[in-house]
Write a protein that binds this ligand. Structure first.
Ligand SMILES: [Cu+2]
Length: 158
């Protein structure tokens, strides 16, 4: 009888624990879908001097539009599309703080371009990638492959 009572208490405890864990799981934020583009950032160029952000649609990207070589804010885990108008004359590349090329519209020489989770795609002037934790740890700047003065910072938040 005593054993049976303890056994029932143990079962009750397990049930409560299970309920608690499943409740906690429901409260967690869902992971962003890597196939969904969170934000599209459209770039224009000012001659060979600067990029400007013409517009941003969607969530998770910030920049002052119309300002030359402006800092662009991105968030880890989100998927982004850059529309680089005039991209053939001003191909966009993404760099580390030490100017290592991580992703490049032109020539495809970046170190993250074959990363499955980053899922880097270039279709004409559209450049699409997911800002994985590993990429976010490296990414610091965007720059024109032809004109080093067309350069801006990328600031990343979680
Ligand atoms: Cu350029």
């Amino acid at each position: 009888m005593k054993f049976r009572l303890n056994h029932n208490l143990l079962l009750l405890g397990l049930l409560m624990l299970t309920a608690l864990v499943s409740c906690k799981e429901e409260e967690e934020e869902p992971m962003p879908d890597p196939n969904v583009i969170a934000a599209t950032i459209t770039l224009e160029n000012v001659g060979a001097n600067a990029y400007v952000v013409a517009s941003i649609s969607g969530d998770g990207a910030t920049a002052i539009t119309g300002e030359q070589n402006v800092a662009i804010g991105l968030r880890t885990g989100m998927r982004y599309r850059f529309v680089n108008n005039g991209g053939s004359g001003h191909p966009l590349e993404f760099l580390s703080s030490s100017n290592a090329v991580l992703l490049a519209q032109n020539n495809q020489t970046g170190t993250f371009e074959n990363d499955d989770a980053v899922n880097f795609m270039v279709e004409g002037d559209n450049i699409t990638f997911t800002l994985t934790t590993a990429l976010a740890a490296e990414l610091a700047k965007y720059r024109c492959s032809f004109h080093p003065g067309m350069l801006g910072a990328i600031t990343i938040s979680n």
